[in-house]
Design a protein around this ligand. Structure first.
Ligand code: EPU
Length: 453
């Protein structure tokens, strides 16, 4: 998929209650961990339920440039054959497109004893330090330095070790798991992240022949299978290829649930693991929503104006930071004052300025947004600054009076497959605007805004 085709804006005529059924795809943050994990094997793996999003496309671009063969046997599956993997330095431009390129550190270190990969990119939502990743690799016996924007790792042997994470980090937990699988001896990660995609990765690695226990708790043990005699690195993958289906994306599900409440609609969100949605369900119920859970779907109904609630994000099983921004949009029209605190990312309120353009009354103090609910938002031209900020603006546009134009929609498409089609399927009035600069088309920002409907 050409990234260029994604650039542009989306016009939303708000005020339509969403109704109907929508199916959630595979979890983005699992996909971008499982794709590099497949490179630890000597043979091909098939990963199913892979979302068609640009972060996955970027990952495929990176690994194919390193000699890996990737096919799509079906629209949502990938066959990844790492037989031809060579330890090369991937293009800094592609690496910087997404955060999860940092998983190449763990994988290449385990496979080759050496890695040189540029610093990752991803959403601009805070400082995003990598000290816990490096602490983990050093504990396993690697030298780790950052030079000229490149992370350089080197080890003659990788030997399992106890590692206590000073902060609960999804990325560091996964990266250490990836490297420790091929090390000699046992690694114990304490204060590990418990997110469901850590469990998803552990299941995939175990299917590949790794020995990971405790994923989903705060202590994860990895009995390394030893990639070579005496822990010496050998460059052929030491695990075997496996087949695995990715778990559903709880943030995509949360976005539809929040949008259903925001538009006072009635939506069945299908293909979910209801347990993973517990914090979302609980908070939406506090706003007054009626939520029915049944096996692999949830039905979300809302009548009337939502009530204000307080939200504090936390690592799983807390309220996910990735759903904070859409939730803030919803609360901007709640009755009363809500306080939303993001304890994970210090700069995840960039959508607030855009919501203010739409009439929201929100003040940010430090890591907390104080939201005085207004009766309604009004459509305006707004711009997504990051992936979930974009999702928040879509929610805002869906409930606002009149037309909203959300620019920078390509950021949303980094993590949501077919978001425009899925919302349209629920009755939303959405229209893709031509890319800015397309010949013969009016740039998005010059579009005349219609009055409310
Ligand atoms: N942290 C450190 N040192 C580290 C790593 C993290 O201090 O070495 C801190 C961070 O500053 C943050 C906290 O630990 O305060 C948690 O960071 P974590 O490492 O868990 O985040 P991440 O791995 O960079 C992943 C997701 C994010 C999601 C966070 C938290 C991927 C590719 N990204 O990021 O997803 O917000 O976990 O759940 O899995 C998104 O999907 O929109 C997104 C940003």
């Amino acid at each position: 998929m050409g990234r260029h085709s994604l650039v542009g804006g989306l016009s939303i005529v708000g005020g339509v209650p969403l109704q109907g059924r929508v199916r959630v795809g595979g979890r983005k943050n699992s996909a971008v961990a499982l794709i590099p994990a497949a490179l630890l094997a000597a043979g091909p793996s098939t990963i199913d339920n892979v979302p068609r999003i640009s972060d996955v496309d970027s990952y495929i671009e990176i690994i194919t440039s390193m000699g890996v063969t990737v096919d799509r046997p079906t629209p949502h599956s990938l066959r990844i054959d790492p037989t031809g993997l060579i330890n090369s330095v991937p293009s800094t431009e592609v690496v910087r497109r997404l955060r999860a390129s940092y998983y190449l550190w763990g994988v290449l270190l385990a496979r080759f004893g050496e890695a040189e990969v540029g610093m990752p990119g991803g959403c601009d939502i805070g400082q995003r330090p990598i000290d816990q990743h490096l602490k983990g690799f050093r504990a396993l016996g690697a030298e780790a330095v950052i030079e000229h924007g490149v992370v350089k790792l080197k080890a003659r042997r990788l030997v399992g070790a106890p590692i206590y994470l000073d902060v609960v980090s999804v990325g560091a937990t996964i990266n250490i798991m990836l490297a420790a699988c091929l090390a000699e001896g046992t690694t114990v990660i304490e204060n590990a992240a418990k997110e469901p995609h850590v469990v998803d990765l552990a299941n995939f690695l175990n299917a590949m022949g790794a020995r990971v226990v405790g994923a989903g708790t705060d202590v994860v043990k990895i009995k390394g299978i030893g990639s070579g005699s005496g822990g010496r690195i050998r460059s052929t993958g030491a695990l075997r290829g496996a087949d695995h289906a990715i778990i559903p994306d709880e943030i995509e599900a949360a976005t539809f649930m929040v949008a259903a409440v925001a538009t006072r609609g009635d939506v069945v969100v299908e293909n979910v693991i209801t347990k993973h949605l517990d914090p979302i369900t609980a908070k939406l119920r506090e706003t007054g929503a009626d939520i029915e859970e049944n096996g692999d779907w949830v039905r979300v109904r809302m009548a009337g104006r939502p009530k204000a609630v307080n939200v504090k994000t936390a690592a799983y099983p807390g309220f996910p930071t990735d759903a904070q921004q859409p939730m803030t949009a919803l609360l901007s029209t709640a009755e009363g004052t809500s306080m939303v605190t993001d304890t994970i990312w210090e700069a995840r309120f960039k959508h607030v300025g855009e919501l203010q353009r739409m009439g929201a009354d929100i003040k940010v103090e430090g890591r907390t947004a104080i939201i005085n609910g207004v009766e309604r938002l009004s459509g305006a031209e707004v711009e997504a600054t990051d992936l979930r900020a974009g999702a928040a603006l879509l929610v805002a546009g869906l409930m606002a009076e009149g037309e909203t134009v959300v620019k920078g929609i390509e950021l949303v498409e980094r993590g949501y497959e077919g978001i425009e089609q899925k919302f349209c399927q629920l009755g939303a009035q959405l229209e893709r605007l031509p890319d800015e600069g397309d010949e013969g088309s009016a740039p998005a920002q010059l579009r005349v805004l219609k009055s409310g409907s």
